[in-house]
Unconditional design. Sequence first.
Length: 266
Amino acid sequence: MNNPILRKYPSNKRLYKSSDSTYEGWLSNSCIFGMAHHNDPLPSIDRIPSDIINFYSFFAEGSYDILSNLIENGINENLEHLTIGFEHNNAKYGYKDYSKISELLASTKFPKLKSFEYGIDFLLVNEEQYYPHLGDLTNVLANMPLLEELDLSGSFKLQKKIDLKNIKKIYILDYYTEISNGIISKETLNYLMESNFENLEEFEVSLTSDNNLTYYLNESIFRNNIDKLKCVAVDGRFEKGTKDRLITILKPNVEKLILDEIEEDK
């Protein structure tokens, strides 16, 4: 049966790529919401197929109803990749605060999810990117026990350390989010840096704030993964001596080390 919730969105922005599709650009067995297509490279859908394992939605706050439908039908249980972000032609659906979506994600399990991309601003043209507030991710990430790749764009909150033993790649970007919804707090960053990541290979964090907030970067995450780390990139304003400490710990062991954009408090 066609779903009236999905039909609220333009037909050329609710797409399906089957395992048999030869179209390039998205993973197979995927739904893609929020991206317009031309010349019909992918079919439009009125319901979410039960066989999908990859899901993309670029309606930002407008993704809530679609994700609710996905969860109601139990499709979350088989997802391996999930992207929730924003494309600028969808601005009317809201794009600044994903907190309600995070509450929804925290209410269910994603037992097979390996890759989670949240808050990405997908630019089709040369526009200024916008980074949202993602809300409380403590229970969201707890519901993704097999996660291997985590990409967060925007501010978020953690209330405790998290346990993601399979995580290999972490990318955190918070760029002037406080203009509307606050920034990543010192406490949240510390919870992240003290979390249980046993197989971390790549770690990138970029924290840019208008109010000159100075962060302390706990090195536990690096010391605990020193034999596995291949890439570390840090950008933002940190306490004096941060760069030297990281060089001492990481330079002998990490193949790709990018620390040039660190600004230190005097």
